[in-house]
Structures are given as C-alpha cells and as structure tokens.
Ligand binder design. Structure first.
Ligand SMILES: *Cc1c(COP(=O)(O)O)cnc(C)c1O
Ligand code: SF4
Length: 338
C-alpha cells in the first residue's frame, strides 16, 4: 500500500516531522537538483518550505510539474515583483479588531488561534501576515467574549489561521467550550487543510469533540486537485460526514495545478465520493510572490463555463473573489465582472 506507513503514524508525529529542506523533497521525489533546487533555496528564505510526508506520498515521482508539488515547492518566480501583487491584498491588517479577531463580514468573523500551518502553500494570501502579533493569549478570552456579546448579528465563529487543526484536541475543546457558552453563537466553522495533508488528524477524539458540541460544526477543507484525495483521505473525511458534520471544500484556481475544466470536474466528483460538497473556487488573491499562479480572466471564464456544463449544479463550486472592504465574497461570472 502506498501510504500504509502514514496511516499507522499518529498525526502529532507527522506534524513534527515535516519536510522543510528542498533537497530532501526533491530527493524523495527522485527529482534532480538543477534549477529547481537553486530557485527553491532562494525562495524558501521568504516563506519556508513546509510539507507533510503523507502529502508528498501523493505526488508522482519524477514529475517536476506534479500539481501537488507545484503548490509547495518554492520557486524562483516568487522573488519577482509584479504590479498589483502586494503583501496584504485583502487589507486584513486594517480589519484586525483585537488579537485573534478578524471581523469583516456581518454574521461571522475569523478567530485565529494559531499562526502555524501543516503545509505552506506557495499561493497563500497570508504568506506575509504578521501572525505573531495577532494571536490571542489565554486571558484575552473575556475581551473576545465581550466583543461578540456587543454584536448580536454574530452567530458564527470561523476558526481560521494559520490552521486551527494544528492545535491539540485539548486546546480545540477548550475554545469550543468557551464559544458554546455564548448563546448567540450557533455555528462553528473550521477552515483547515490538515485533513488533506495529514489525514490522520481526523482521529477518534476529534470526531467525538465535533460530534458532541452544542454548536453546529462546518468543516471547510481545502483541496485543489483530485490527486490529493486518495482512498484513505476520503475515508477519513467520510468519518466526519457520517457523524453529521457538514464538510465543504474550498479550492483556489491555480495556473499549472487545476486551471482546466477536466481537473476541476474530477475534483468535484472525488469530493462527492468522500461526502464533501464543493463550496468555493477562489480566484487567486494577488499576493506578492504568487503571480506565476495567476490565470487570465478570459481563461477563468472559459474554464468555469465548461465546469458548469459538465457538472450537476450541486457539484459546482461558487467562483468568487475576495475584494478588500467588501461585505461578502464577490461572485464572479462573465469576464465583465472581474
Ligand atoms: C471568507 C471569509 C469569511 C467567510 O465567508 P463565507 O462567505 O461565509 O464563507 C469570513 N471572514 C473573512 C475575513 C473571510 O475572508
Ligand atoms: S494551509 Fe491555508 S493558511 Fe496555511 S499556507 Fe496553506 S493556504 Fe495558507
């Protein structure tokens, strides 16, 4: 079995044994150390390479253009300056109300409990975000609680990141308990890529914490390509679905990774196999260092039209862009809208 070993290993061990050296990543994939390596070494200074071995197992050996590899291997193009690609494309620094709280939308806000991720995605719009200054301390909880209570419109808290599923179950339980104390909070959303890159993160204890909460739990995973969803990953996601947890997927449209209707259609079907509903397909946020993933608007339009034609409506993710200062994600369709 391909990733038999990883299925046996607990997630904490996997999280503490990530690949962070580009040489090791290339060696593991039997790729030669030519320009790939020099570019990777340069770009990893800005935003470190970080990838779990269980995710590397899903990559195709010997293929420098593997769609999973492209998402994690630092590339010399990241160092180029491109007009319009900036460090804080969504203006999040302004929306930062108090440590951990990022409140831009009416009924819901992001609560960042950790700056850590299991994987570093090269296109991440938060790659330059100053997390360390923004994390809540334990005694910030009364302030966060008060902040929520002063705004009766809030009914949902979104744990975001960093990646909240890098936290221990104990810490998650603590925060879920705290949030459950506030009657106006009905929904708890968890945005995480960990179940995709370390499927063992979905352990029995996590399933039980989520299942037993008073809050309605929505887990939004982040997978961009069907190759990320091997049988084991799908069966882990199914565990959550079977316990009544809503599991949705968000993807980012990335040149060279999933910028084709065939790839996106296959992704939707594969998600559905796992009981996961496609939610969003994000257009790339124009973050400095990610311009080589950008897909021209006309191509996006053609790709999305073909996706619409080839999937039942319930498997079509909403194509959206986040625009700084807007009160919701902006739906896109037709080149004129973006
Ligand atoms: C995406 C996002 C949300 C959640 O938006 P939904 O459309 O409800 O998924 C909330 N806050 C911020 C800052 C976001 O970027
Ligand atoms: S897991 Fe999410 S927050 Fe972390 S680097 Fe990837 S896209 Fe960014």
């Amino acid at each position: 079995m391909i990733n038999y070993l990883f299925q046996e290993q607990n997630w904490q061990t996997q999280l503490s044994d990530l690949i962070t050296d580009p040489r090791e990543l290339l060696d593991t994939l039997a790729l030669s150390h030519d320009q790939l390596l020099s570019g990777a070494l340069l770009a990893t200074d800005q935003f470190r390479l970080r990838v779990p071995r269980a995710f590397v197992e899903k990559m195709q050996k010997g293929n420098p253009l593997d769609p999973l590899l492209l998402q994690v291997l630092p590339h010399h193009l990241e160092l180029e300056e491109h007009e319009g690609f900036v460090t804080d494309p969504l203006g999040e620094e302004q929306a930062n109300q108090q440590p951990g709280v990022l409140h831009k939308y009416k009924s819901r806000f992001l609560l960042t409990l950790t700056g850590a991720c299991a994987v570093h995605c090269r296109y991440c719009f938060r790659r330059h975000f100053p997390y360390q200054e923004n994390l809540p301390k334990n005694d910030d909880w009364p302030n966060i609680k008060q902040y929520i209570e002063q705004q009766p419109d809030i009914n949902e808290v979104i744990l975001s990141g960093g990646d909240p599923l890098t936290l221990s179950n104990r810490k998650l339980q603590l925060w879920i308990d705290r949030l459950s104390e506030i009657p106006q909070i009905k929904f708890l959303r968890i945005h995480s890529r960990v179940p995709i890159v370390i499927p063992n993160r979905v352990d029995e204890e996590l399933v039980s914490i989520l299942k037993n909460s008073r809050l309605r739990i929505i887990l939004v995973v982040h997978s961009n390509h069907a190759s990320e969803l091997d049988d084991f990953t799908c069966s882990q996601l199914q565990q959550l679905v079977k316990q009544g947890i809503t599991v949705l997927n968000q993807a980012v449209l990335l040149k060279g990774v999933n910028d084709s209707a065939d790839v996106l259609v296959e992704l939707s079907y594969r998600l559905f196999d796992a009981g996961v509903m496609p939610y969003y397909l994000h257009v790339l946020d124009k973050v400095k260092g990610a311009s080589h993933f950008d897909t021209p608007a006309q191509n996006i339009d053609l790709i999305y039209k073909e996706v619409l034609e080839n999937l039942p409506g319930y498997l079509v993710p909403k194509l959206v862009r986040e625009i700084a200062g807007e009160k919701n994600k902006t739906p896109l369709f037709g080149a004129s809208t973006f």
